[in-house]
Structures are given as C-alpha cells and as structure tokens.
Ligand binder design. Structure first.
Ligand code: SF4
Length: 171
C-alpha cells in the first residue's frame, strides 16, 4: 500500500460480495456503452464515428492507468474491493508501482466526461432530428449515472480507504 495511505485506514468491509462487484461493473459498463452510443452520430469522419472511437480509446487507456496508479497502491490490491479491480491490478502490475498523484488526476475521468457527454448529447438531440431511441439512451445514461453515484456512495461508506481515497463519495 502507498505510504501516504498507511495509518489512515479505517474499519470497513475487507472483501465485497461477487454480486455487488458484478452489479457495479455492469453499471459502469452500461454507462460507458451508452456514452459511446450517444457520441456515435455527433462527428463522423470518412464514415467513422470519431468521438465514439476516441471515447473507447480513452476508457481503455484510463482504466488501465488507474489500475496502475490508483489500485496498485490501494489497501484492496489483490483483494476484492467493491469493484473487484484490486484483483485486476495485481494481475497486471506490481504492488505500489504507480504514482498516487497521477492516480488522483486520473480519477477526474469519473467527474469530467459525464456532464460533458450529457450536455453535448442534449444539444445534439435538440438541434438535430434524432430518433426516439437516442432520447431513450440519453435518459438511460442519466439514470445509470445517478444509480452509479448512489451505489458508489454506499460502497464508499463500507470501504476501508474512505478517509484517504481521492474519489471517496463519503468525504
Ligand atoms: S477501492 Fe478503488 S482504488 Fe482500490 S482497488 Fe478498488 S477500484 Fe482500485
């Protein structure tokens, strides 16, 4: 565990249930896919959905970097945190091999893109003529964001890292 986290661990759940892990991962996945769908028709270059391609690349790259810079120094490294990502981190990276400062900046991935995607999609839908499925996906994206936030708040309340984690929803 990173030195800056040591001594700041509080009591909580040390291993989360598979049901919660699968549920939270499905929510995350659903959000990323819905975002990709919403971005699809906005910019097309040579028939390619440019924003969706960039979004997919961003999700993959940031998620891998987060496993290194956040999860490798986490209490849950090689354990089952509420997302199970401590196990993914241990399969990919050495313990404490990342930089917590980089990790904290990368965590902005969860805060910055969702409102940008939401507002961009609403403007696109309002000025263009989109099918009902686009509006339905927009509504779904909003619901998934709210559900993820509420569930995260609950999970963070059980997490032993809640006092030190940059992204803790309980602070
Ligand atoms: S609690 Fe967060 S930082 Fe720690 S392993 Fe899980 S996802 Fe990574």
């Amino acid at each position: 565990m990173y030195k800056c986290y040591q001594g700041n661990i509080v009591s909580g759940t040390e291993s989360f249930s598979l049901l919660r892990i699968i549920g939270e991962n499905l929510l995350q996945l659903g959000m990323w896919i819905a975002a990709g769908y919403l971005l699809w028709p906005i910019v097309s270059v040579f028939g390619l959905p440019l924003l969706t391609v960039l979004w997919a690349a961003l999700v993959v790259v940031i998620q891998i970097l987060l496993k290194k810079h956040n999860c490798s120094g986490c209490f849950y490294y090689d354990k089952l945190c509420h997302l199970g990502w401590g196990k993914i981190s241990s399969a990919l990276f050495e313990q404490d091999s990342g930089d917590p400062n980089v990790g904290s900046k990368l965590s902005l991935f969860y805060i910055v893109p969702p409102p940008i995607i939401l507002v961009t999609s609403i403007i696109f839908a309002a000025v263009g003529k989109v099918a009902w499925i686009y509006w339905a996906t927009l509504a779904l994206y909003l619901v998934l964001n709210i559900a993820t936030f509420l569930l995260r708040k609950k999970s963070c309340g059980l997490c032993v890292m809640r006092q030190v984690c940059f992204g803790s929803a309980t602070k």
